[in-house]
Design a protein around this ligand. Structure first.
Ligand SMILES: *[C@@H]1O[C@H](CO)[C@@H](O)[C@H](O)[C@H]1NC(C)=O
Ligand SMILES: *[C@@H]1O[C@H](CO)[C@@H](O)[C@H](O)[C@H]1NC(C)=O
Ligand SMILES: *[C@@H]1O[C@H](CO)[C@@H](O)[C@H](O)[C@H]1NC(C)=O
Ligand SMILES: *[C@@H]1O[C@H](CO)[C@@H](O)[C@H](O)[C@H]1NC(C)=O
Ligand SMILES: *[C@@H]1O[C@H](CO)[C@@H](O)[C@H](O)[C@H]1NC(C)=O
Length: 375
């Protein structure tokens, strides 16, 4: 008898108290309304926990005390176990109090526990035992695959709780209202909440939470984290080599691919031709060593998944080792030319403004001269 519930403290005194003191304390405490409430108190316990069921005796005359379960089966006959269920233990039998405990409580133990004197079937006390079943962490079921531009349909399921848990879908701290359905499975409830949300490519990997709220959890919600998996067709981009390529150089083209699911293979090909013998493909990279002009042509990178296919191309031009190539250098020259032109223009502007200012100043002196002579 070591477990002491704070609410039942006034009637629960260690046996080490002397009987006289015990009685005195009980008398003092039990005339307070708090203790009266304890006697009538119903017991609520978590499933799997331990319940204490107490019965107060008044003017006990030594007659037989019978304790019965909700099915009116006798558990204890004057302190002796009658029902073969080890989970019930007689903890206290005093002239003022009988207390039993029930360990590993299940929902089927719920109901009224009777306490009565064998000689007096008209008077009995009933302690009502209620069992609370907290929800487990809910699960998420995907009802409809999330494809870019479509809708995702997700159901959060809490299969067992008592009373029924409340489910809440959250995204970035905001609740997404769901369609809730509740099913009564006898003693416990199963609850589900379904949401439909439009999805775009950027929603791939977005975090959603499904929270199960329950009075027995005291605010410590059970949370299932879920990451949105948004399917989309691939995108393909060839990263071209920088600068021009001449005979003898080597070519390395890398194909950058996105997509969900990510395409597993990259297909390289050459338009209107077969890939050169020297071409080496490793994953998304195509390499050709010692380029020659016969390698000129358009190279294509393609990828596909269940949601579509995509391609990008690169046109290879292989130049003579000695060729003077103006295409790439033309751009810097144009830039330098532009900058030079701008500089010359600025200098001319500054000159014009300076000249104009000095001319105006001289003019104003001239106009002032006659005014000065007036004074
Ligand atoms: C105890 O539970 C029973 C049955 O649910 C109810 O009738 C009674 O009023 C309850 N007593 C208290 C003190 O809550
Ligand atoms: C019932 O048990 C109580 C407590 O052990 C005892 O005092 C009483 O004599 C018993 N009554 C009978 C009829 O055996
Ligand atoms: C508690 O009871 C359940 C069935 O109600 C049983 O499956 C479980 O093994 C029990 N646990 C213990 C520790 O006795
Ligand atoms: C491929 O060949 C076809 C038909 O001969 C022609 O119309 C097309 O322009 C060629 N494409 C390339 C990229 O050379
Ligand atoms: C390859 O391209 C370069 C650059 O346009 C050109 O000078 C050369 O003649 C081409 N060679 C062949 C075989 O087409």
């Amino acid at each position: 008898m070591r477990t002491v519930q704070s609410s039942a403290l006034c009637c629960l005194l260690p046996a080490s108290f002397s009987p006289a003191l015990h009685c005195l304390v009980l008398l003092l405490l039990c005339i307070t309304p708090r203790c009266q409430a304890v006697q009538a108190e119903n017991v609520t316990v978590l499933e799997g926990g331990t319940a204490q069921i107490s019965c107060r005796l008044q003017k006990y005359d030594g007659s037989i005390v019978v304790i019965q379960n909700p099915r009116r089966q006798t558990l204890f006959f004057n302190g002796t176990r009658a029902l073969k269920d080890d989970r019930f233990q007689m903890m206290l039998f005093s002239p003022t109090m009988v207390r039993i405990t029930l360990t590993n409580v299940s929902v089927s133990d719920e109901g009224g526990y009777f306490c009565q004197l064998y000689t007096d079937s008209t008077h009995h006390q009933v302690a009502t035992l209620s069992v609370s079943v907290p929800p487990e962490i809910p699960t998420v079921e995907v009802k409809q695959e999330a494809v870019e531009g479509g809708e995702a349909e997700l159901t959060c399921v809490s299969p067992r709780s008592k009373p029924a848990a409340t489910l809440r879908w959250m995204r970035n701290g905001r609740e997404i209202p769901g369609v809730v359905s509740q099913q009564d499975n006898g003693k416990t409830f199963s609850v589900s909440s379904t949401i439909r949300i439009p999805v775009e490519r950027k929603d791939n990997g977005a975090a959603l939470n499904c929270e199960a709220l329950h009075p027995s959890l005291g605010g410590q919600n059970r949370v299932r984290r879920y990451r949105l998996d948004v399917y989309f067709a691939p995108t393909v981009r060839i990263i071209p080599p920088s600068g021009i390529l001449r005979e003898g150089d080597s070519l390395s083209l890398t194909c950058s691919i996105t997509g969900n699911p990510l395409p597993r293979t990259t297909q390289w090909s050459k338009i209107n031709d077969t890939l050169p013998e020297r071409a080496e493909i490793s994953g998304p990279t195509l390499q050709i060593a010692r380029l020659s002009q016969s390698h000129n042509g358009t190279y294509l990178c393609q990828a596909q998944n269940n949601y579509g296919r995509a391609a990008d191309y690169y046109t290879l031009l292989v130049y003579d080792p000695g060729a003077v190539v103006e295409t790439h250098s033309a751009v810097p020259y144009a830039v330098i030319g532009g900058v030079l032109a701008l500089l010359v223009f600025t200098v001319i502007c500054v000159l014009i403004v300076t000249i104009w200012c000095s001319v105006r100043q001289k003019g104003s002196y001239r106009t002032r001269e006659p005014i000065l002579t007036w004074y």
